[in-house]
Design a protein around this ligand. Sequence first.
Ligand code: BF8
Ligand code: SF4
Length: 622
Amino acid sequence: MLTIDLNSQELIEKAERDGVETMYDRKVAMKAQCGFGLQGVCCRICAAGPCRITPKTPLGLCGADEHVIVGRNFARMVAAGTAAHSDHARGIVHTMAIASRDGNYTIKDEAKLKNLAKEWGVETEDRDIYDIAHEVADIALMEFGKPHGTLKFLSHAPYQRQDLWKKHNIEPRSIDREIVTIMHSTHMGCTADIDSLINLSLRTSLADGWGGSMIGTIFSDILFGTPTVRQSEANLGVLEDNKVNIILHGHEPSLSEMIVLASEDPELVALAKEVGAEGINLAGMCCTGNEVTMRHGVRTAGDFHQQELAIITGAVEAMIVDVQCIFPALAKVSECYHTKFITTSPKAKISGSTYIEFNEETALDDAKKIVKEAILNFKNRDREKVHIPQLKSSTTVGFSEQAIIGQLDRVVNSQIDQTGTVKPLVDCLKSGVLRGVVGVVGCNNARSVSNKAHVTIMKELIKNDILVVTTGCGASAAGKFGLLNKEAKSMASKGLATVCELVDIPPVIHLGSCVDCSRILSVVSEVAKYLDMDMCDIPVAGVAPEWMSEKAVAIGTYVVGSGIDTYLGIMPPIGGSSKTVEILTQTLQDSVGATFKVNENPEELAQMIINDIEKKRVHFEE
Ligand code: BF8
Ligand code: SF4
């Protein structure tokens, strides 16, 4: 089986009938993957190589052994992932730097901005909110390259964690600097010590979690609004036969927010009617899908593995993308249908696409131009080729940290308790009504059956009184399979179901896009601080059942570096170095209080998590 998603199965068959190649065909054609690559023991860091480690050639030409080669490759994955999240964040901060009262970008969450301004020592009294915004943005931009000190948001962690980072010299300094340090240290002839390579990886990844990603989340909230709970739907069944279907795919909300606005423009809505459509139907994909569903309720068309399939419905007028997780194959697939594949970012040009550059300075005009292209393409839709699968599920989305606390306040007895704290969550965890909280996040991976591990693990966890929070393509999987629906409490065990009923939440909580994994850090950190504990002593865990991207490696590493055990459903390319495996799966326990654990069988992985959460509780209840 290739995927457990019935819509996807239908469209894979349609692709065959249409003679269109998809990832699933390439997966079959690829057959065996390169064993050296899988083990991480191929080095092509200098042009004397590639050097491959075998029993007969245990060293590269320079003498680098398997531990050095695997460690360098791992560190470079962390650096690339951190770069992707953080450069996205930098874009958002630059956008805030040009926000103005009468411009395209305005400040939506003034309170959050003022809180941050106060935290950073920016004057807020009697000042125009835009002056405050610009000063805060300038300070944030310095976080990427400041020459002295460490990252500001580290102070959000419990003091125990901060002390530990200091002790092990893994406090990130500035974001770009950590990435550069890895690129330098892994250059030919630099670091040749596996402990040091893992330490560098930890420090850089923390610059993602408590730096780039956290800045991305907080600044997006300030600029586009902190998500609030709302209803939506997920899966390809959200495409509509009689409307101009536009898919928003990629990551940065600066673009998608403007497309949402443009799609409501009366002139463009009128134009859509003129060309014979009933209106414009926006649908999201991947992380952009998460961003627009949690802030606007825009429905989710699907996840990473459904990007080609969306076009194969024959009903998509435009697939609009910016950066990250975009198959270059979309160019070829869209040639087989009328779909316009529109790239917009100078950071991710793709040959065969229609390139319409999106600039923050001319944002709404650019967005309107892009939406107009889509509308004008409606007439080219070939009715014969259209097949929209029917399945879709209703979802409840938009749980920012504040929205979660807001829901929890429903159970607070205002006579006794303060509102606006994590106390109700702590009470549920302490009493054992909830055994733990687990973040199930990340991608789809062609090495496994699409969505199977996500759905299996989430269902298993909620059957064991474990509240699940989810982001990225994990969130899309949860949405498609009905787990983000409040009714899914019927699939949960008694304790969790009671909490869901009381607080009016689904058993799986949509926390947003992949940069929003920083929301998980924030919630766990607040719980730990409330209890005066370190994050490693709370019964929580992170899981990436079907991860594939370098960004996921960065996330997993900062989650571990933050003291939260991380479970992987796909083995990372480290198997060729026994030392790397030992450090990541055992030794880190002694330094950062958490490790990676890997099992490619989802049922077994779920059981490991449940058992480990129970073990953590022993300590937690003391
Ligand atoms: O950052 S979960 S496939 S979409 S990498 Fe990509 Fe993975 Fe999806 Fe967003 Ni995250
Ligand atoms: Fe080979 Fe060393 Fe060059 Fe890597 S850095 S390719 S191991 S010679």
